[in-house]
Design a protein around this ligand. Structure first.
Ligand code: NDP
Ligand code: BG6
Length: 494
């Protein structure tokens, strides 16, 4: 699929996401020739900027964080424009009509428009309506697509309301719900690893897999986003979207073909098969935590309650661990342990597939189990762990590994998640965007956790720089297991 010439309209253009992720992604796509010349970016927000001041702001952000050259930077910035709009006032959106006409004319973009909502979520239902008030949603002259940033709703009900609001003015094929984890190369690679290797697929089920561990650990705290984060917490911020999508990639059936419908059908099926959590399950299988002051990578850091924008009596979780199950033939009885947290000792997202041990220990009682470690980030790669004979007398088995690092794929030009997803939206490929049924199923699954939180469910304290509350260790210990403490992907020489 080819990228078509288009105008990208970013709502929330004066905000953090725009200068930290969206503009750099567009810049890098431009730099590698994936955008061509016929595109424009129209930034929209309430701040009184103009084309020049917006360009200056974006240029500064690019120079600070990206590998730039003055010529490419100049060329790219000429494609940037800005229009101040009072985002809550439908009449004011009228200003966009002549601006868009002018840009479509200048860049021959034939009315093709990609709207990107990067504003506070309270506007996600408002912007489509205000665009429609000026006919800016109709596809008579060029396609119109709209990217919705996370969070898509705050719970099951609000997600449904939001869907209704957006669907009044945009059809499902025009809506792109972004989950940047789906744009990560290593997440997509899970499908290739599973479905194009005869080795793995036959073993990928309850007969051979003992349990699955999924970790989304971050060493950063809430940074400047304390206000937002406190209303969200680890459950809404990372689990309901990113980690459930990763879990779906690990657990889904092979799609009949690789296209948006087929892929997303399989993802939705997994979400629907998650075993519903009862309140008893939640109490027994969920651990929530909040970090207190501590030391991370040699730096003394504040506790969550001392962070900017966080109320001193906040009951928001910065860590969660859950044992859940998928009720289908492939996965019946296999526990999935999923955890995420801020201020943990390292930034690492990884999946560990723990295989069942041999039926009878021939050589030693504690022969190593077979594990497949899939490192999503950083140090992206795959490590197979298995037992071999320790050299010398006797038959003692020792864990060894066979490792692959993405970095070793010389010459591979890997797009970042936002680069990939922006490009896909410009091509009209929704495969890596969340579909409405899966989003609702995910909210439905987590609703009992939200209820537990709302009813003052227990939050365990953990010291910043540790791997989370002791209660989470006890959760997995019930099955006689311990969480993997991810360090480097590659094993040290034995
Ligand atoms: P910011 O608060 O930094 O930016 C919000 C933007 O919205 C500003 O440009 C603001 O500009 C504009 N805006 C328009 N109308 C309003 C209004 N009524 N009230 C407040 N602001 C308004 O947010 P982020 O850029 O961090 O995030 C944007 C969205 O993306 C959020 O929904 C967030 O959840 C999501 N997101 C952000 C990530 C990040 O890393 N930052 C990561 C993943 C998702 P102005 O005041 O000029 O109108
Ligand atoms: C965002 C969350 O969606 O994902 C952040 O809002 C989190 O809190 C971030 O830090 C993690 O993304 P990544 O790509 O750095 O793993």
């Amino acid at each position: 699929m080819q990228t078509e010439n288009s105008c990208i309209v970013i709502f929330g253009a004066s905000g953090d996401l725009t200068h930290r992720k969206l503009i750099p992604a567009l810049y890098n796509l431009f730099k590698i020739g994936r955008l061509g010349e016929n595109f424009s970016v129209l930034g929209v927000a309430r701040s009184e900027l103009n084309d020049e001041t917006f360009r200056t702001k974006m240029r500064e952000a690019l120079i600070k964080n990206e590998d730039t050259t003055p010529e490419t930077l100049d060329e790219f910035c000429h494609h940037l424009y800005y229009q101040a709009v009072n985002t809550a006032d439908a009449d004011d959106y009228g200003k966009l009509v002549p601006r868009l006409d002018e840009l479509h004319d200048k860049y021959q973009t034939c009315g093709n428009t990609l709207y990107y909502m990067s504003t506070p979520p309270s506007l996600y239902g408002v912007i489509p309506e205000c665009l429609a008030a000026h006919g800016l949603n109709t596809e008579e002259y060029g396609w119109k697509r709209i990217i919705v940033e996370k969070p898509f709703g705050y719970d099951e009900k609000t997600a449904q309301v939001l869907d209704v609001q957006i669907h009044r003015f945009f059809e499902e094929h025009q809506i792109y719900r972004i989950d940047h984890y789906l744009g990560k190369e290593t997440v997509q690679n899970l499908l290739v690893l599973r479905f194009s290797n005869g080795w793995f697929e036959p073993l990928w089920n309850r007969n051979f897999i003992d349990y699955v561990e999924i970790t989304g650990a971050e060493s950063i705290g809430v940074e400047e986003r304390g206000g937002y984060y406190d209303g969200s917490g680890a459950m809404r911020d990372m689990f309901q979207n990113h980690l459930l999508q990763v879990l779906a990639m690990v657990a889904m059936e092979p799609p009949a073909i690789i296209n948006a419908d087929s892929m997303r059908d399989e993802v939705a099926k997994v979400m629907h098969c998650l075993r519903p959590l009862t309140q008893e399950d939640v109490e027994h299988n969920l651990v929530l935590g909040q970090y207190s002051a501590g030391e991370v990578n040699g730096n003394i850091v504040k506790g969550y309650l001392e962070e900017k924008g966080v109320p001193a009596d906040s009951h928001t979780e910065t860590y969660m661990a859950l044992r859940c199950e998928i009720e289908n033939w492939r996965w019946a009885g296999v526990p999935f342990y999923v955890r995420t947290g801020k201020r943990l000792p390292a930034r690492v997202t990884e999946i560990v597939i723990h295989f069942k041990t041999t039926p009878h220990p021939v050589f030693s009682q504690n022969a190593p189990e077979n594990k497949l470690i899939i490192r999503i980030q950083p140090d992206e790669g795959i490590s197979m762990r298995f037992g071999l004979k320790k050299p010398g007398a006797g038959f003692e088995a020792k864990e060894v590994s066979m490792d692959f690092r993405y970095a070793d794929l010389a010459g591979a030009q890997v797009l970042t998640a936002y680069e990939r997803l922006l490009l896909d939206a410009m091509k009209g490929d929704a495969t890596l965007f969340a579909r409405t049924d899966a989003v609702h199923a995910a909210w439905k699954f987590v609703q009992p956790i939200l209820d537990y939180k709302a009813n003052g469910g227990r939050i365990h304290e953990y010291e910043a720089g540790t791997w989370g509350p002791v209660a989470a260790d006890k959760l997995i210990a019930r099955q006689g297991k311990v969480w993997r403490k991810p360090s480097g992907l590659m094993k040290k020489k034995v």
